[in-house]
Write a new protein. Sequence first.
Length: 148
Amino acid sequence: MGSCVFCNIVKGVENAWIIYEDRDTIVFLDKYPISYGHILITPKDHYSDIVDTPSGLVSKAFLLARAFGAASMEGLGASGFRVVTNKGLSAGQIIFHFHVHVIPRYGDGSSGPITPRAEITSEYASEVVSRYKEALKSEHVSRLLAEV
């Protein structure tokens, strides 16, 4: 899987702004976010999509999405969030390594204080990673994360 960008992130060959990782999964900022705090959750092992991925890892990814969605509300001020995965090119999948998007939304359903789909800057990434990591320490989010 040398050409898989997510496998290269896991191996440390490709740079990413990592917020969280454990033995099986990694959570990092989307390089071209559609909202402020848009993150990706993916297994470290390569599986092409949700159908190809073992059920335990699919479940874990969605439990992490729940915790990080809550973290986006506590740490970034989001008023809600979307959880999305795509299966196949026709559904919008462009990286064929299973992943789940957590897409924070703000008061009026907007993308927040960013230009959607612009490449993130180091300043933006550093701020968002810091805010997520702080939110992970909150009682509510840490309890959700403990259930993963």
